[in-house]
Design a protein around this ligand. Sequence first.
Ligand code: FES
Ligand code: FES
Length: 164
Amino acid sequence: MKIPLDFQLNGHPTTAEVHPGARLIDLLRDTLGLTGTKEGCGEGECGACTVLVDGRPVNSCLFPAPEVDGSEVVTIEGLAEPGQGLSILQQAFVEGGAIQCGFCSPGMILAAKALLDRNPDPEEGEIRRALAGNLCRCTGYVQIVGAVRAASRKLRASAGEEVR
Ligand code: FES
Ligand code: FES
C-alpha cells in the first residue's frame, strides 16, 4: 500500500506516493531526483542529509516521508533556482572558503538558513550550536562559522531580504 502525499517542495506544489516506511531522503533523491541532499551516515549522526520541513532542520535519513504531507519542504535546490544565481548564504560559503569537498555543504547551509531565518544576528556560540549536528570531515568549521557570520551581515545590510 502506498500513501499519497501533497506538499510544497521548494515553493512548488508536489505530489508523490510512498510506502509507509519510506525515508524522506529517498523520496527526495530517488523519486524526485533532487540529489543535492547527501547521505553520509544514514543514522542521524552527520547532518549531511539536513533539509527544512516547515522551517525546521531535520535529518532526512531518519525523517518519515509520509510526514511531509501538507508541509513545506526546502532542499538545497530551493535556495538557488535556475537563472537566479546563488543565494547570499551560498555565496558567503563560496567566498569564505567554507566549501572543501562540499559533501557537508547542503546540510550546513540549510541548518544555517534555519538559524538566520529565526535570528538574523546570531552570536558565534549560537552559530556553533545551530551547526553542532552537522559534521565536516574536511574540518572547515572556522570558515563555515565565518561564512554564516558574513551572510548574516550581508542579509541585515540588505534590509531583511529573505535568506535563500
Ligand atoms: S545521513 Fe542523515 S544524519 Fe547522516
Ligand atoms: S567540505 Fe568536505 S565534508 Fe565538509
